[in-house]
Design a binder for this molecule. Structure first.
Ligand code: G3P
Ligand code: CA
Length: 302
C-alpha cells in the first residue's frame, strides 16, 4: 500500500496542473502534507468511463479523448465474461450500452465482441453523436493495456466481484503481465477501486503495494467514524463517494486520517471549484477537459 503523502506529494510541484507523464519533484513527507492544511493539493482528473460526456463510455473513442486532454487517469469499470475475460463495462448486462441483451457473465468474449457498443450513444446523445461511433466494440482490459501500456494511468473498478470468482486474480495477472505496478515519479500507474471491501482486501492480501480506493455509497449526507477510517486505512489509500453527499468537514476529517478523497462524478465547473477548495485530492468526471481547464484557471489565480 502506498501512503497518502506519496500520492499527494507525487505531483505536488504541478499542484493543480495535472500529473500524467510529466517530471515531478520529490515528494514531501506524509507528515508534512498532513500538517500543512494551507498547501494546495494536486487534484487528479479521473476520466470517468473515458471522456464519456462526448463519446460512448468504455470504448476506445472515449478513452482516446481522455488521453488527448491528458486526463491523469482513465477510469475503467470491469465485468468478466463466461470464459473469464475482463471487459470494460459498467453494467452487469450488455443491455444499456450495446445493441445486445444478456448478462456479461453468461456470454463469451466472442459473443460480446459481436455487439455494437457505440450506436446507443448516438441515439441518446444527439449533440455529441458521430458516425464513427457506430459499431464500436467492447474493449477487454488486456486490449486497453496493449494500446496504452505505460503511456496512461488506470483507475480500475472491480464491479460486482461477487458475480465473478477469480476477477481479482485475473486483474492482478494482467497488471503483472504488462508490468504496470510501478509508480512513475511517485504517481501510481494503477489504482484499484471498489464498493466491495472484500474485493479490495483480497487484492491487498495478494499485492499490499497496489493503491486501493474504497468506494462508499451514501444515501444521506456523509458521515464517517474514526473507527471506519481506521479500518479502511488498514487496506486502502483513500475513499471515493458521491460528491453531492459530502461537505468540507467530511473531506477534512478523511484527509486528516491520512486518506485520499476522490468524489464522483463531477461535471459542473462550480462543483469542481468548490471540491478543490474544500481539499479533494481528485475527482471522477465525464468531462476531463473541463476539470483540466478549472485546474489551469485556479493555478493562474493562485
Ligand atoms: O468509480 C467511481 C464511480 O464511477 C462509481 O460509480 O457507478 O459510475 O461506477 P459508477
Ligand atoms: Ca466506476
Amino acid at each position: 500500500m502506498i501512503v497518502r503523502g506519496v500520492l499527494a506529494g507525487a505531483c505536488f510541484a504541478l499542484l493543480l496542473g495535472g500529473c500524467s507523464n510529466e517530471k515531478i519533484d520529490p515528494s514531501p513527507s506524509q507528515e508534512h502534507v498532513a500538517k500543512d492544511e494551507e498547501k494546495a493539493s494536486p487534484v487528479f482528473a479521473i476520466s470517468h468511463r473515458g471522456a464519456s460526456a462526448y463519446a460512448p463510455e468504455h470504448t476506445f473513442a472515449s478513452y482516446e479523448m481522455a488521453e488527448n486532454v491528458k486526463a491523469d487517469y482513465l477510469e475503467i469499470d470491469l465485468q468478466m465474461t463466461k470464459d473469464g475475460k475482463l471487459v470494460a463495462m459498467h453494467d452487469t448486462t450488455v443491455d444499456r450500452t450495446t445493441n445486445g441483451t444478456g448478462k456479461v457473465k453468461d456470454m463469451t468474449l466472442a459473443q460480446i465482441k459481436k455487439l455494437d457498443a457505440g450506436s446507443w450513444f448516438n441515439e441518446t446523445h444527439s449533440d455529441e453523436s458521430k458516425l464513427m461511433y457506430e459499431g464500436l466494440k467492447v474493449p477487454t482490459l488486456e486490449e486497453i493495456f496493449q494500446r496504452y501500456g505505460k503511456k496512461a494511468n488506470y483507475y480500475i473498478e472491480t464491479k460486482s466481484p461477487n458475480l465473478y470468482p477469480g476477477m481479482e486474480e485475473e486483474l492482478l495477472r494482467l497488471i503483472d503481465n504488462y508490468q504496470l505496478q510501478e509508480e512513475e515519479h511517485g504517481v501510481p500507474r494503477i489504482i484499484v477501486q471498489s464498493f466491495s471491501k472484500k474485493s479490495l482486501q483480497n487484492i491487498h492480501e495478494k499485492d499490499p503495494d497496489l493503491p486501493l480506493i474504497q468506494l462508499i455509497s451514501y444515501r444521506e449526507p456523509a458521515k464517517i467514524s474514526d473507527q471506519a477510517l481506521s479500518e479502511i486505512k488498514g487496506y486502502a489509500d483513500g475513499i471515493g463517494m458521491d460528491y453531492r453527499m459530502i461537505d468540507k468537514p467530511y473531506i477534512q476529517k478523511v484527509r486528516k486520517a491520512g486518506l485520499l478523497v476522490h468524489p464522483y462524478t463531477v461535471n459542473d465547473e462550480s462543483d469542481m471549484i468548490r471540491l478543490i477548495e474544500w481539499g479533494a485530492d481528485g475527482m471522477f468526471t465525464n468531462q476531463p477537459d473541463l476539470l483540466k481547464k478549472v485546474k489551469r484557471n485556479l493555478e493562474r489565480e493562485s
